[in-house]
Design a protein around this ligand. Sequence first.
Ligand code: ADE
Length: 247
Amino acid sequence: MMKTGLIGAMREEILLLKKDIQQLKTDKFGSREFYSGTLNGQELVMALSGWGKVAAASTATTLINHYQVDQLVFIGLAGSVQPQLNIGDIVVGNQLIQHDVDLTRLEGFPKVESPFWKTFEFNVFPDSGAKALSAVDNFVLNLKNGQYPAINASYSPTVHVGAIGTGDQFIASKEGKVRINERFPQILCTEMEGAAIAQVSADYQLPCTVIRIISDHADEEAHDSFSKFLFEDISQISVEIIKLLLS
Ligand code: ADE
């Protein structure tokens, strides 16, 4: 049976799911609690990473080495860096890119090479991408059919599949967005953990899924828009998507 490691950066993004975990057991490693048990009959271990790539990588590594999870799943909010993405839209990652890694100054020095990973762009296994997309499509369908009374009735997201950018920065300016667009025109939205989890997954050759809900446009209004989405909307949305993903 497949065991899933589920990570979210903030309480609001995943912790509501805890009440649905059966045979719940809590362990602590370092500063983090790990909640394990079953959801829809499938084995699940859930943990809060906190913000950023180091926090995400540390959490992912514990899930793999201590719990032997077979796949990693991350769900949470992101800022859109493309005009066609609206607040509330859902992005299923098919590629995770560490947009803040810049080694261009080392180009042309072919003998200077990092072991393990020479690239900071990670592709999602097609099978994981397809499963995530189908869970998100089902979520949108159920939403249209009025199956989620706890979610605002006017919520009607568009689903996008594409590249997600990760960096240790909350992007909240036109310049910040332009910097990402210029180097990586394929990136749809930006966040702070996904590509770190993708790198750890790649190290262990495990599948990884990243699903992001757009909370802001990564511009000067990003902070207010992000806070509003975090406290009003995200909890129910992410819980329902994860339940469908693990069914
Ligand atoms: N998560 C949600 N919005 C974000 C933004 N604008 N930048 C980085 N991470 C985010």
